[in-house]
Design a protein around this ligand. Structure first.
Ligand SMILES: Cc1ncc(COP(=O)(O)O)c(C=O)c1O
Length: 352
């Protein structure tokens, strides 16, 4: 008898992003800057004291308290896990599953529907308008019809960069019968946040990550903020001791460097403006971004050709040309000023 994969996994592809050795890597929306040197020193000092023969603090209480403090809530309203994707998986394990539904608004972060499907959750997709904004009427229609246990909204949205205005989120919270999950992986790059809508009696949860703003993609650490009852439910599906002691220390110490991180965010936001202005002068279509990346569609040349021509110039961007809803598009992460200059020079050459 052969191995029998689950039938519903047969059509699913894993998640892939090219990791190519290039001079300028602008394809995965990481921070272009490493964490501060003093964070690294503090971490090394603390690691020297980790009792490695013992399991870590299962509740990650010090880390969760520090994150809670940052947002003015207690640790009971914070769930920390190994990256946003693990948080999203917990949400689907706890609130999704067989005979349950999750709503997404496409085009959006692919892992929302992917993780939902992996957990056996039915996915219902609403559409964004051609300018990639979400229409309140569409929110009410899709959520009203699907009555989902989970409604995902990515804001700022990956891969489009669009930030959802408060009225869209308010409509979603109003009409959704279940959990509303706002993925704010890029939240700090935007002028407003769903956190402003969070109240104890609501079903809204907000997911944030250390991977982008906090320059810690290698650490795999993210968190969810939400009502204590939701956090308690999510804790039921976590594996025991899921957060290792090194990561708990890395995250806790990072939070001492808030001012440095904010300065980096400001720098990236400024560079995003410069990049957007330069792209506006080239034969590409672009959309406003509230994130640390910009989506663009070459007009005169096929996206695939432009992607390859950039790679030939040792610049790697994300190739989204065959992603449904953003056909023909490429996505560039905002890098250092020098990286952005290199990208613009390469793109100008690629489009010529
Ligand atoms: C919208 C969105 N959510 C979540 C993630 C994953 O973040 P993490 O590194 O915390 O797993 C990404 C990564 O690119 C993302 O774009």
């Amino acid at each position: 008898m052969g191995l029998r994969e689950r039938d519903d996994l047969a059509d699913l592809d894993g998640y892939h992003s090219a990791q190519v050795d290039v001079d300028v890597r602008l394809n995965t929306n990481e921070s272009p800057y490493p964490p501060p040197g003093s964070w690294r020193e503090a971490l090394l000092e603390e690691l020297a004291r980790v009792p490695f023969h013992r399991y870590p603090d299962r509740d990650a209480l010090a880390l969760r308290s520090a994150i809670g403090e940052l947002h003015g809530v207690g640790p009971e309203q914070v769930l920390a896990a190994n990256g946003s994707n693990e948080i999203l998986q917990c949400v689907c394990l706890a609130y999704g599953g067989r005979d349950r539904t999750a709503v997404v608004f496409e085009p959006t972060y692919r892992l929302h529907s992917h993780i939902a499907r992996i957990t056996g959750t039915t996915v219902v997709s609403g559409s964004r308008k051609p300018d990639f904004t979400v229409d309140v009427t569409e929110v009410r229609r899709v959520v009203g019809e699907a009555q989902p246990e989970i409604a995902f909204m990515c804001s700022p949205n990956n891969p489009t960069g669009r930030l959802e205005p408060p009225d869209v989120l308010e409509a979603l919270i109003d009409v959704a019968p279940g959990l509303v999950v706002v993925d704010e992986a890029y939240g700090q790059f935007a002028p407003h946040s769903a956190l402003e809508l969070m109240a104890a009696d609501q079903t809204l949860v907000v997911v944030r990550t250390f991977s982008k703003t906090w320059s810690m993609a290698a650490a795999r650490l993210a968190y969810l903020l939400g009502p204590a009852a939701v956090v308690q439910t999510l804790e039921k599906v976590l594996l025991p001791y899921h957060l290792d002691a090194m990561k708990q220390a890395a995250g806790r110490l990072a939070l001492r460097f808030g001012a440095e991180m904010e300065a980096r965010v400001a720098q990236i936001v400024e560079e995003r403006g410069r990049l957007a202005a330069a792209l506006a002068e080239l034969p590409v279509e672009t959309w406003p971004s509230g994130a640390n990346f910009i989506l663009f569609r070459p007009q005169a040349r096929a996206g695939d050709d432009v992607w390859q021509a950039l790679l030939d110039r040792s610049v790697l961007v994300r190739n989204c040309v065959d992603w449904p809803g953003v056909e023909g598009c490429l996505r560039v992460t905002v890098g250092t000023p020098a990286e952005n200059d290199a990208f613009l020079a390469a793109l100008t050459g690629a489009l010529a």
